[in-house]
Design a protein. Structure first.
Length: 300
């Protein structure tokens, strides 16, 4: 990578962080993608990212056609397009080499929620080898994940000050640092009250709401580790991630006839079309239940 590209990528990273408010995970993914492109011999020979031509960029993206899923290729294109548009706006490039380049069509990926019974078992399971303090923290973690539909990154970034006990709601910063207010259901409120009574140190409103065993902020990776262990203890064999609980939250609300736009607001989706995926899930579940239960649904 030439020095000019290193400077350009540093400026791009500052833009993503300070102006667009992207998550650290997305920021790393975008900058890593640009680093791979910048290290191509063809890019270096052309004089770097500000001089690379459209044909080279398109050839680079085409090289992943057979080895990557459409969703992955779309993410790669999004990273490059974001960078080149940033450079065009800044006057460092005349044209965006990704302009007019269509992304690969990705099939509709439907969420795969847990059943309400599995969610209840996951939240309420007791782990014999956990200390009382960690057991109460874990209960609060999963009551909140399932009871509010938060993204795991949103949960990990919560601060003590974000919990409003009087209003019974959380202030959450989602993608792009967009703020929303999320109501907290009764069981999750009680679990949170129990955890805050034990959390040390007390009274520091700017500190992380959830802490690890050493007292530091609990990371999203830490939540995933806790979930995997808890799934085993609860006897739930299927794979799941914290996002599975978000899918479950939305699907179970839809099954209870909650308005789709209300679910959109609760989840912090920018577009209603993103939330509408859950209508497909509910329709599929209804069809499956019908096929299994109705005597006239079975056939050759």
């Amino acid at each position: 990578m030439i020095p000019e590209d290193a400077k350009a990528l540093a400026a791009f990273a500052r833009h993503l962080d300070s102006e667009r408010g992207l998550s650290k995970h997305t920021l790393r993914a975008y900058t890593s993608e640009l680093e791979r492109l910048a290290e191509l011999p063809e890019c270096v020979r052309s004089g770097g990212l500000d001089r690379i031509d459209a044909l080279t960029v398109r050839s680079y993206l085409a090289s992943f056609h057979r080895t990557h899923k459409p969703s992955t290729r779309n993410r790669r294109l999004a990273a490059l397009r974001s960078f080149f548009r940033f450079r065009v706006r800044g006057g460092e490039r005349v044209a965006d080499p990704t302009d007019g380049l269509p992304g690969p069509k990705a099939g509709l990926r439907l969420p795969s929620p847990l059943s309400a019974e599995d969610c209840e078992r996951l939240v309420e399971v007791e782990e014999a080898d956990r200390t009382p303090r960690l057991a109460i923290r874990d209960r609060a973690l999963f009551e909140l994940l399932y009871g509010t539909g938060l993204r795991v990154g949103e949960l990990a970034s919560l601060r003590v000050r974000d919990w409003d006990a009087h209003r019974r709601e959380l202030r959450v910063f989602g993608k792009g640092r967009k703020e929303r207010v999320v109501p907290v259901p009764a069981k999750a409120r009680q679990a949170l009250v129990d955890w805050l009574a034990l959390r040390e140190p007390k009274g520091l409103l700017a500190q992380a709401l959830f802490t690890n065993a050493r007292g530091g902020a609990l990371s999203d990776r830490g939540v995933r580790v806790i979930l995997r262990r808890r799934m085993r203890v609860a006897g739930i064999a299927r794979p799941a991630s914290p996002h599975t609980l978000r899918h479950s939250y939305a699907t179970h609300l839809l099954d209870a006839d909650v308005d789709l736009r209300a679910i959109q607001e609760l989840l912090g989706h920018e577009r209603l079309s993103t939330t509408q995926r859950y209508t497909h899930v509910s329709a599929e579940r209804l069809a499956r239940i019908y096929r299994q239960a109705h005597p006239r649904a079975k056939g050759p």
